[in-house]
Design a protein around this ligand. Structure first.
Ligand code: ZN
Length: 339
């Protein structure tokens, strides 16, 4: 559905400046922004994907991945089309790299989305698969409504949202699962076609300050972001700006799309990165996309007790009681069901 954008400026000659994401595209009349989902129609900016759902599924929150917010809970996950990065190794490139034309989407109103969430027994809604910022107006309306029904909300995002957009939606978002894909302009330029990436760090820090539960993912791509200084940069930034209790997921890259020629990330490389994360002061560093790896479990940061045993996205065991380690009574960061 076409809906007028919330965040843009009208300039001369019917040009507009979109202020939804940090690209802040200057869009001429009749043209769309970089994301292809925002159209300047005679000087008014419209989102073309309000409520246009390309994919919807029911998943445990572990699949996002989010490990410290009601582990094992079910969430309704949905995405639209388009992206403001278009990474060459994107695993959802078929929807994220949408090039205009037919969207193959289904319209789901915010009211219908909330009803579906309740009907499926989900405790929350995750906007995922493509960049949630792109359908900012829809996610905002649906998140507002979700909060009145006691439903949690989660943005699975590349963090390139503007500060003003984040400020508007912040009161209605519980979880901010953000990618920090690298720690240099050259990496972000190769992966996300960006000139500057510091704004992603700024908004992530804001999300934390707004009180959202933040977890960070870095997909380790061989030859792109797997050098030690870059990974150390990400880990130390998380520690110093989000806190040592922030979970960091280092996930295995599998050859995809335009990066089909690469090899998957080596297990040793992922293990070295997780050790590096710990040495930079992070308490919870998880290895993702390696089924059965012990680093997908949660161990108490204080005494090392195995707290949550996972098998891919399934919780085999969870011994956390009242948010505490049963062995040493240390508070475990995050939200866990009291037992
Ligand atoms: Zn303990």
């Amino acid at each position: 559905m076409k809906k007028e954008a919330l965040l843009y400026e009208k300039l001369g000659d019917k040009e507009v400046r979109c202020n939804t994401c940090q690209r802040r595209c200057l869009i001429k009349e009749g043209k769309t922004g970089w994301c292809r989902t925002r159209l300047n129609d005679r000087g008014t900016l419209y989102s073309l994907i309000y409520g246009e759902v390309s994919s919807v599924s029911l998943n445990p929150i572990e699949k996002k991945p989010v490990f410290h917010f009601y582990p094992g809970s079910l969430w309704l996950s949905l995405g639209s089309v388009g992206c403001n990065f278009r990474c060459p190794g994107c695993q959802n490139w078929d929807i994220a790299h949408w090039k205009a034309g037919s969207m193959y989407t289904e319209y789901i109103s915010p009211e219908e989305l909330v009803s579906k969430t309740k009907a499926t027994g989900s405790i929350g809604i995750s906007w995922t698969f493509n960049e949630p910022t792109l359908w900012f107006e829809y996610t905002l309306d649906a998140a507002k409504l979700a909060k009145t029904h006691g439903i949690y909300t989660n943005y699975v995002t590349n963090g390139f949202i503007t500060e003003e957009a984040l400020e508007i939606i912040a009161p209605f978002l519980d979880v901010y699962r953000v990618d920090i894909k690298g720690f240099s302009e050259s990496t972000y330029s190769k992966i996300g076609h960006l000139k500057e990436f510091e704004g992603i760090l700024d908004t992530t820090k804001k999300a934390k300050e707004y009180g959202m539960h933040v977890e960070v993912v870095t997909n380790i791509i061989p030859g792109f972001n797997d050098n030690e200084s870059e990974l150390r940069g990400i880990a130390s930034w998380i520690r110093n700006n989000l806190g040592p209790d922030t979970p960091w997921h280092v996930t295995r890259f599998y050859p995809q799309y335009k990066l089909s020629n690469l090899l998957p990330t080596s297990i040793t490389g992922l293990e070295n990165t997780s050790v590096l994360g710990n040495s930079e002061g992070l308490w919870y560093v998880y290895i993702g996309n390696v089924p059965g790896h012990k680093r997908e479990n949660t161990y108490c940061h204080s005494c090392g007790e195995l707290l949550i045993e996972r098998d891919i996205f399934e919780i085999l065991r969870n011994t956390i009681k009242n948010n505490k380690c049963p062995n040493c009574s240390t508070m475990i960061p995050g939200r866990f069901k009291s037992k």
